[in-house]
Design a protein around this ligand. Structure first.
Ligand code: GDP
Ligand code: MG
Length: 187
């Protein structure tokens, strides 16, 4: 893949240019589409097969509201929900919690993440924004999670909420990541 990789060891390469950085962590159960969404945001392309065990952090220079920003995206690959989650809880400027609208199980998996994040945020008294994201909107025919269930869960945890598809238009995916930056700037 041709997009920039930024492992934690070389994070210092970017601040020299003086651009603010935002760290977006993408969470959710395996198969919800975290990697597809991350790759779409970074390359505008949908890649249907992606190593499900690969966790990595990528970097992209973006303009959000006419202001330059370096957006770092950690595409996580938890296998048993939010265990050993310190690495991303402490790193995040914003969280994207992803489920697939055609999977009730993935939606239920989101609640564990939202709870773990909330506990962490409360303990630190930070105001890290959370976005709940229903992915695979193109799978409407197989929908198992209604839009109102999604928005109810989001409001219970004080999150923004969107439904998208990693294989449809790029702009709606870009909007989600930019919204995360906007919210984090506001804090
Ligand atoms: P991850 O485990 O959360 O990283 O999920 P992946 O990004 O690897 O995606 C899991 C599977 O769902 C793959 O077969 C993808 O091709 C598929 N997928 C991801 N996003 C979408 C989407 O928006 N629509 C559809 N139809 N399939 C998707
Ligand atoms: Mg993945």
């Amino acid at each position: 893949l041709m997009f920039g990789k930024a492992r934690s060891s070389n994070f210092s390469a970017i601040p020299e240019r003086g651009q603010p950085e935002f760290n977006v962590v993408v969470l959710g159960v395996m198969g919800s589409g975290k990697s597809a969404l991350t790759v779409k945001f970074l390359t505008k392309r949908f890649i249907s097969e992606y190593d499900p065990h690969l966790e990595d952090t990528y970097s992209s220079e973006e303009m959000v509201d006419q202001q330059p920003v370096v957006v770092k995206v950690m595409d996580t690959a938890d296998q048993d929900g939010p265990v050993n989650c310190e690495r991303y809880l402490t790193w995040a400027s914003a969280f994207l919690v992803v489920y697939s609208i055609d999977s009730r199980r993935s939606f239920e998996g989101c609640q564990q993440y939202l709870e773990a994040i909330t506990v962490h945020i409360r303990a630190l008294q930070t105001h890290t924004p959370i976005i709940l994201l229903g992915n695979k909107l193109d799978m409407e025919r197989y929908r198992q999670v209604s839009k109102s269930d999604g928005s109810a869960l989001a409001s219970r945890f004080g999150c923004l909420f969107f439904e998208v598809s990693a294989c449809l238009d790029f702009l709606s995916i870009q909007r989600v990541f930019h919204e995360a930056v906007r919210e984090a700037r506001r804090e």
